[in-house]
Design a binder for this molecule. Structure first.
Ligand code: ADP
Ligand code: MG
Length: 469
């Protein structure tokens, strides 16, 4: 890391190593904030004095801008000192969902590479927080859970155990729990298939093949995560197969996870697939509502305990998340973390419309744009003035407040720039827009009635078009 820093500052032309920037963000802001808000930032392009990044939603953009942007800029400056600002692009909803899986695996790759240390002996991390006790079961994962427990009690009975299922459904959690359970009394090796490949290649290059073989063949329990990434490379598969057989022969337990069943693995030798199929193959399916709700409830309780009961997330919201965030448990837990970080910063229980904004990129609601025009209409109706009055140059008090409110809401609820908003209000200057936003922001803190009015206007705007948030 240090080396990187020095190298990059001395060569200005060098491209930013975005993964490194992100890993520094993770360190600096902590895992909770990183996972909730920053993980999905992508670098789109670099220019002489600014960079363009993308985020999933406007809300996340605003959130990052108001809380973390200064510090992110500082980090970026360490690498490229000429950068003086950061610009955002908000990604389209659809695109994110499609890209999700790809970025995930890409990220995994980069992470793996950047974390590799001197020797594979050092890589054997088992996370104490992913255990059997906090793994919540339902119809979709009960079999996988029970098989994993069984394997931890009764080694080499089901061998190998092959767990498969989609992204974020708990495979790594279960593998980790098995490792945790067995590591007191056994030599446990927990490794991702990608890292296995990397270590393999590295051992060949550094003439340490013997060490590599010995190490793997000496383990009692071999846990290999995401075996679908172990493809190609004949020599490596050969080695893996030998290791695999040697371990089975001596009664070691092997546990493998993958995103698909053995016969669907591509570019993996038939005989390896058939050995996988020969053990116990169990899948984890997408969680149903009941399990999702159970997980949300239990995680909320856990968080409450952690924050000494300062966390309040209404049952309505818990149910909402459980019913809307469906595809993975990782996203489900991630949603909750975001809401908690929102509620801690604002020191308030988020409302349902707010939750919809916070989680927009994770929800599958179809998009319907909030326009400045619709904001003006609703605000005018609320304050009982005409649109002509709102757009007129007149500065009577009864017009100024509604106008400022509409401008403020346009800034909050659309992705329009300050000049664009100014133009939509009879060509007002962008400084007028800034002034209005600041004024309302300030008033919201002082004037409770106005604050309530604005919240209710926001709901009207968002709800009138039921799907837009
Ligand atoms: P996978 O490896 O299948 O992609 P993970 O094991 O990494 O998924 O799970 C994603 C996140 O969801 C982790 O934080 C994990 O602890 C959590 N998780 C998954 N399943 C459960 C469960 N049944 N109960 C509690 N937490 C879970
Ligand atoms: Mg995993």
């Amino acid at each position: 890391m240090k080396n990187n820093l020095q190298n990059s500052t001395s060569t200005i032309d060098k491209r930013l190593e975005w993964q490194t920037v992100k890993s520094i963000m993770k360190e600096k802001f902590g895992i909770e904030i990183f996972e909730s808000w920053l993980k999905k930032i992508e670098l789109i392009d670099e220019f002489n004095n600014y960079i363009l990044i993308s985020v999933p939603t406007r809300f996340i953009r605003d959130w990052i801008t108001s809380r973390y942007l200064d510090q992110i800029l500082k980090i970026v400056k360490e690498f490229k000192k000429d950068i003086i600002r950061i610009e955002f692009k908000v990604r389209e909803n659809k695109l994110i969902i499609e890209n999700e899986v790809q970025t995930d695996s890409k990220e995994q790759k980069n992470n793996n590479i950047s974390f590799i240390k001197d020797s594979f002996l050092q890589y054997n991390r088992i996370d104490p927080n992913k255990n059997f006790e906090n793994f919540i079961t339902g119809t979709s994962n009960k079999l996988a859970f029970e098989a994993s427990k069984k394997v931890s009690q009764d080694i080499a009975h089901y061998n190998p155990l092959y767990l498969y299922g989609g992204v974020g459904l708990g495979k790594t959690h279960l593998l980790n729990a098995i490792g945790l359970n067995l590591k007191e009394k056994n030599k446990v090796m927990f490794i991702s298939a990608e890292r296995f490949m990397y270590q393999f290649v590295k051992s060949i290059k550094s003439n340490e093949m013997v060490k590599f073989k010995d190490y793997f063949r000496n383990t009692d329990i071999l846990l290999i995560d995401d075996i679908q990434f172990m493809n190609g490379k004949e020599a490596m598969q050969e080695e893996f197969f030998h290791t695999f057989n040697a371990l089975l022969d001596k009664g070691s337990q092997i546990i493998v996870s993958a995103d698909r069943p053995p016969n669907k693995l591509s570019r993996i030798q038939e005989r390896i697939k058939s050995r996988f199929s020969g053990g116990l193959v169990v899948d984890i399916q997408i969680p149903d509502y009941e399990l999702r709700y159970k997980i949300i409830k239990s995680k909320t309780d856990e968080l409450k305990l952690f924050y000494s009961n300062q966390i309040k997330i209404t049952d309505e919201i818990q149910k909402f998340i459980s019913s809307e965030v469906r595809s993975s448990i990782r996203e489900l837990v991630g949603s909750l973390n975001r809401i908690v970080s929102f509620s801690r910063i604002y020191n308030k229980v988020p409302s349902l419309p707010e939750v919809k904004i916070i989680l927009k990129d994770l929800l599958n609601l179809s998009e319907n744009k909030v326009t400045i025009d619709s904001i003006q209409t609703i605000v005018c109706k609320f304050f009982k003035i005409s649109k002509n009055e709102m757009l007129s140059p007149r500065r009577s008090r009864y017009l100024v407040r509604p106008r400022q409110t509409a401008i403020y809401l346009s800034k909050m609820l659309t992705s329009k720039s300050l000049p664009e908003i100014g133009r939509a209000f009879s060509n007002r200057d962008h400084t007028t827009v800034i002034h209005s936003v600041k004024t309302i922001d300030k008033l919201r803190k002082e004037d409770n009635e106005l604050n309530i009015n604005i919240d209710s206007l926001k709901n009207k705007i968002l709800y009138k078009q039921e799907n837009e948030i």
